[in-house]
Write a protein that binds this ligand. Structure first.
Ligand SMILES: Nc1ncnc2c1ncn2[C@@H]1O[C@H](COP(=O)(O)OP(=O)(O)OP(=O)(O)O)[C@@H](O)[C@H]1O
Ligand SMILES: [Mg+2]
Length: 355
């Protein structure tokens, strides 16, 4: 199962770059076309890239390569906020009940990823009850069986559907395992859930028997750590451009050209290079005011971090060492041209205000 996950993750990584370029160019195209038909085709293109992107996100979650944005959060609040959305995807003959334990401790988790966990479990419960039934969501606290000092917060999703036999239960977390008919399920739901829970240092158990419903328990370590809960802004102002000198360093040619184009159209003065030519580009040309770093090696990153404002699009690890945090922004893939422009303005404005 781990090997399959690794394979899926490897493919997803490369695929993600291609998709980023497709989505980026489609966004740019949307602003150029005026005819009704052409706009509709571009809209379809964007929808397709959105679907493909959510599939690659699942594959990355399966292989535990998703970048988590963890914060301190209360699981009850997260569930409460999701209930209305979940009800919308259930059929009318499925009842949804939530019984929270008000005394559970906060956890240190990624809101978006944990929402995915809850949604996937509820969708599975719905599909297991073709003739209707009840879904019960509960929370509670328990002590870790191995270390009594550790507290775990448990999210349970139980249904009274068709249940599963032992062989299905054993395979349920395997990527692409599904008992649904062709076209109905990808078999990535529970493996995504498993990947996300593991990345949160948690564990997951299934209790089920044929015709006897199913209960999935997700155990997450209670813990403070991290920032206070933050409400994500619902609508953000349009991204502004600028005139600063930007150097884009990325090995994937299509992605590099797309990023360069987006920044140029927003008014920036952009140079670009592959990683192996980047150092010499830095030496030859006038010093850039911002570096957009894609594929990179450790050595290169170390020498740059702290010297220049950076947008890092290849994950946070490489840039964390020795960097002045306020001058490094990590832009998680996939991102839209708007996201990129916003990040560029953010990091440039921050740097100016520090001068
Ligand atoms: N609540 C449940 N009751 C009964 N069987 C379940 C339940 N949840 C999962 N299963 C079984 O586990 C299998 C794998 O679940 P998983 O969520 O990974 O994939 P899927 O639901 O088949 O497809 P997808 O989630 O991609 O739409 C399901 O096909 C089903 O056989
Ligand atoms: Mg599923």
């Amino acid at each position: 199962m781990d090997a399959l996950g690794q394979l899926a993750g490897g493919v997803a990584h490369d695929f993600n770059n291609i998709l980023l370029a497709i989505a980026g160019y489609s966004h740019l195209l949307k602003n150029c076309v005026t005819s009704g038909d052409a706009r509709e085709y571009v809209h379809e293109l964007l929808e397709c890239s959105q679907r493909a992107s959510s599939l690659t996100q699942k594959l990355l979650a399966v292989s535990r390569q998703q970048r988590l944005e963890r914060e301190q959060l209360n699981l009850n609040d997260l569930i409460e906020d999701m209930l209305r959305m979940i009800r919308r995807v259930l059929r009318g003959d499925v009842e949804l009940h939530f019984r929270p334990d008000p005394n559970i401790s906060p956890i240190h988790g990624d809101v978006g990823q944990l929402e995915q966990v809850l949604l996937n479990l509820c969708l599975n419960a719905r599909d297991a009850m073709p003739d209707g039934g009840k879904i019960n969501i509960t929370t509670r606290s328990v002590h870790d069986g191995f270390d009594r000092s550790k507290e775990l917060v448990v999210l349970s999703v139980a249904d009274d559907g068709v249940g599963m036999d032992e062989s299905t239960r054993q395979q349920a977390f395997e990527p692409f395992f599904t008992t649904k008919e062709k076209g109905k399920g990808t078999g990535l739901g529970l493996s995504t859930v498993y990947g996300i829970v593991k990345q949160h240092d948690g564990k997951i158990e299934i209790e089920s028997a044929p015709q006897n419903g199913c209960k999935v328990d997700v155990y997450l370590p209670a813990g403070k750590g991290g920032a206070q809960p933050t409400k994500r802004p619902r609508s953000r102002p349009a991204a502004r451009g600028g005139h600063e000198r930007v150097l884009v360093i990325e090995d994937d040619g299509q992605l590099r050209r797309m990023i360069k184009r987006v920044l140029q159209l927003a008014g920036y003065d952009v140079q670009s290079a592959e990683v192996r030519h980047a150092m010499s580009s830095l030496g030859e040309q006038e010093q850039p005011q911002l570096v957009v770093l894609g594929s990179l090696d450790d050595h290169f990153c170390e020498s740059l971090c702290g010297r220049l404002p950076i947008i890092c699009i290849s994950g946070p690890e490489a840039c964390s060492r020795g960097a002045a945090p306020s001058t490094v922004i990590v832009l998680a893939k996939p991102f839209s041209p708007e996201d990129l422009l916003r990040a560029a303005r953010d990091v440039l404005d921050k740097t100016t205000s520090l001068d």
